[in-house]
Design a protein around this ligand. Structure first.
Ligand code: HEC
Length: 104
């Protein structure tokens, strides 16, 4: 009989958790990623650099869907990379909401 590999079980558990909500500890990781990794291009305070500023004023009028898709899939032929191997759709949604409302 085939046994479900352990990593699949944990993957399923992880995606169920991600569906439920973004846990507080994950929020800390995501905020760190936003400042460090996204900040490498968009600036630590998201005021822009190699990539455009990601401040509420710049993002005004851009849909949450557009932001989530941009984060997950990147913009082809630009420096904006896809993050879908590191971020779940819920992670991307959480990040999109953070940049729309502005981080401190
Ligand atoms: C290697 C550099 C680089 C990194 C790292 C990077 N970006 Fe970008 N990003 C860009 C560039 C360049 C653009 C503009 C792409 C274009 O011209 O369409 C962009 C565009 C965007 C946009 C669209 C902005 C708009 O006004 O339309 C969003 C949202 C965004 N990035 C979010 C993120 C987030 C969140 C992260 C981290 C998870 C991230 N980026 C990491 C370079 C980067």
């Amino acid at each position: 009989m085939l046994k479900t590999p352990l990593f699949l079980v944990s993957l399923m558990l992880v995606s169920e958790l991600a569906l439920a909500e973004v846990a507080a500890s994950r929020q800390n990781e995501l905020m760190h990623l936003l400042r460090q990794d996204c900040g490498a291009c968009h600036g630590m305070t998201l005021k822009g650099g190699l990539g455009p500023a990601l401040l509420p004023t710049q993002l005004d009028g851009k849909s949450t869907d557009y932001l989530v898709t941009t984060i997950l899939e990147g913009h082809p032929n630009t420096a904006m990379p896809p993050w879908n191997t590191m971020l779940s759709p819920d992670d991307a949604l959480w990040l999109a909401n953070q940049i729309k409302q502005g981080i401190q």
